[in-house]
Design a protein around this ligand. Structure first.
Ligand code: SAM
Length: 224
């Protein structure tokens, strides 16, 4: 079990916290449906347009190297959205058998055509795969969308299908300022904690894979 920052070279998002807070509760309700508005609506409601631009390629190469993946290995992307990471993993290592699951019909229907055949609908807390099915399983910014009980189930599921070789990236805060910013910005997360709190949850649920944190820092170019 180790901290691994897979997204070191993933572009930093611009966040206009003030604009998002204007209609926060309405935006949150819409975002939680994980429909068109969340992926391809306004920035206040989610991604503000989630289009393939190759940004996952560098993450894919890093993941392949870290998990020492080889052709024929089976890999799962949990909360795969439009399948961009699935596509880039497949492109980065031909023969890697990568599949993705997501709860969003919209994301799956509007997935990248290269990834679509490998994606299906399922929830991260009930993975429809036998024990020890995967050489690596990634859940990047996905399981914190469940309540705490759901997160516990998801961690146990990841461990079950991919013992010791999972990866979860989770919303976290280290200071009160980061916690406040997170509360202002977040739309879909139901569970967030300090790194120590998450580590406790990992231990209590037997999760032994790797992990990293999504911590928000204020974008100095934008006034609150
Ligand atoms: C913040 S997005 C992250 C997508 C992608 N992993 C990434 O990092 O860009 C969260 C994703 O989790 C999906 N999701 C939400 N609840 C889920 C659940 N219970 N099971 C599987 N996926 C879920 C959403 O539809 C969305 O695609």
């Amino acid at each position: 079990m180790a901290e691994v920052n897979l997204l070191t070279r993933y572009p930093k998002a611009k966040r206009n916290v003030k604009a998002r807070m204007l209609h926060k509760e309405g935006n949150r309700r819409i975002a939680l449906q994980f429909g068109k508005e969340y992926f391809d609506g306004t920035r206040e409601q989610g991604y503000g347009g989630y289009r393939y631009d190759g940004r996952w390629a560098v993450v894919a190469r890093r993941a392949i190297e870290h998990w020492q993946l080889k052709p024929g290995d089976r890999v799962l992307d949990i909360g795969c959205a439009k399948g961009f990471f699935v596509k880039d993993l497949r492109d980065a290592l031909p023969g890697l058998d990568v599949i993705g699951i997501d709860i969003s019909d919209y994301a799956l229907e509007n997935a990248h055509p290269d990834a679509r055949p490998y994606l299906s609908k399922a929830s991260c807390d009930e993975l429809p795969f036998p024990d020890k099915s995967f050489a690596a399983a990634f859940a990047i910014n996905t399981i914190h969308n469940l309540d705490r009980a759901g997160c516990r189930r998801a961690l146990r599921e990841i461990e079950r299908v991919c013992p010791g070789r999972g990866f979860v990236q989770l919303d976290a805060y280290r200071t009160e300022t980061e916690r406040e910013l997170f509360l202002d910005w977040m739309l879909t997360a139901k569970t967030f904690d300090t790194p120590a709190g998450w580590l406790q949850m990992f231990k209590a649920n037997g999760y032994s894979g790797d992990y990293w944190w999504t911590v928000l820092e204020r974008d100095e170019s934008i006034q609150r």
